[in-house]
Design a protein around this ligand. Structure first.
Ligand SMILES: Cc1ncc(COP(=O)(O)O)c(C=O)c1O
Length: 384
């Protein structure tokens, strides 16, 4: 295993992460996109509108809720003793048209980022990724000793695939590509990303993070899963935290060639699937059957996003067209800390500097929540 961390230490770390403790360690929160740890929580008194963590504001599927309630009497059992959970892994695989051997279930997709970061590390290794992108893996990679080659996005905030390809060298042990990207919300078209993956996979391993792909419509929502299933150097990670609304239940997974999955599985709780609770597994299986919940969430999200973009643009604010459940907009020469200011208005969101400019990332809440956000913007934004 190309991993310099002793096995016992590795298991200790993954156990912490599975308990949700790993991510709350202050050192792990990256400067760019501290999704897991709001800067001030709960903030000043008053009702809060949380537009900071890209969650699904409509909650879990009613079918998932029902499945959890039905599973509670069996919470005393390990999942492998519960017949209805026996095929959880195979069912999620089949949902994507791949086999049980192609998938490893994890307690949230953050676990996949951590697992692959550890697995592919070797002295002198570098990680190639975009700047900005989701902080977790680049931040972990730095701690592990990788040098991180963060390739700036273009002027349109889109990921520059040819620059990324050019950054790969003989020391690159992992490429991390988030599509659509967080925090920019931009999309790489399926044909472009597939071409990139097939070429890059001849030199190194690639992890495609499709956390937000479910918010897209066909044909842009074409996943790289089918390609990953037959290429050990291509891996795709997905999560139940976004469109399924299960961020607090912790379920994610990685799909790749069976050989790669076996290697990753071997260091993830030693081939056991007990990292994931029975309640979560039951909820995930039910949620997959609830097309209505997903399509309703997708439609509501698109409507809230259109309203938000139109309203911000009416204030003269430059927005980056988003394919996700969040949107990035430019703060121009806003003088202070925008997120801190919005907190005084009981709205939680993220503001940050990317490539020398100030930006705000606002997650899509319900239409009602977005109307409240826009009301505050109209009252306080000074048009330039
Ligand atoms: C791009 C991306 N990947 C992975 C994650 C981690 O999600 P989870 O661990 O809840 O599956 C997030 C969370 O916001 C994300 O934005």
């Amino acid at each position: 295993m190309p991993n310099s961390i002793p096995r016992r230490e590795w298991l200790k770390r993954t156990s912490l992460a599975a308990l949700g403790l790993g991510f709350s360690l202050p050192g792990l929160a990256g400067p760019q996109d501290a999704t897991y740890s709001p800067p001030v929580w709960p903030g000043p008194e008053g009702a809060k509108i949380n537009l900071g963590s890209n969650e699904n504001p409509y909650g879990i599927s009613p079918m998932a809720r029902e499945a959890i309630l039905e599973m509670i009497p069996r919470a005393n059992r390990y999942s492998f003793n519960i017949p209805s959970l026996e095929n959880c892994r195979a069912t999620i695989a089949a949902f994507h048209g791949v086999n049980r051997e192609n998938i490893l279930l994890t307690a949230g997709s953050g676990e996949v980022l951590s697992l692959t970061g550890h697995y592919f590390y070797k002295p002198g290794a570098n990680l190639v990724t975009a700047d900005p992108t989701f902080f977790l893996l680049p931040s972990l990679a730095k701690k592990l000793g990788y040098s991180v080659k963060a390739v700036p996005v273009g002027a349109d905030m889109g990921i520059d695939l040819s620059a990324l390809a050019g950054a790969i060298d003989s020391n690159t042990s992992l490429v991390y590509l988030v599509n659509p990207n967080n925090p920019t919300g931009t999309l790489l078209k399926p044909a472009a990303i597939k071409g990139f993956c097939l070429e890059a996979a001849t030199k190194t391993a690639i992890l495609i993070d499709e956390a937000y792909l479910d918010f897209l419509d066909a044909p842009d929502n074409e996943s790289m899963i089918a390609t990953a299933a037959s290429h050990p150097n291509i891996m795709v990670t997905r999560t139940f935290s976004k469109i399924h609304g299960m961020a607090g239940l912790r379920m994610g997974y990685v799909i790749s060639h069976p050989d790669r999955i076996r290697q990753l599985e071997d260091i993830y709780f030693n081939e056991s699937q007990i990292a994931i609770s029975n309640l979560t597994m039951a909820a995930a299986l039910a949620s997959l059957r609830d097309d209505q919940h997903r399509s309703q969430s997708r439609q509501n999200n698109a409507a809230a996003r259109l309203y938000t973009q139109t309203s911000l643009e009416q204030l003269g604010i430059h927005c980056i067209g988003s394919h996700t459940n969040f949107m990035l907009f430019h703060l121009g020469d806003y003088p202070g800390n925008f997120a801190e200011f919005m907190l005084t208005k009981n709205i939680i969101l993220r503001s940050n500097e990317y490539l020398g400019e100030k930006w705000c990332r606002v997650s899509m809440g319900t239409m009602e929540e977005m109307k409240q956000f826009i009301t505050v913007m109209k009252q306080t934004w000074k048009q330039g």
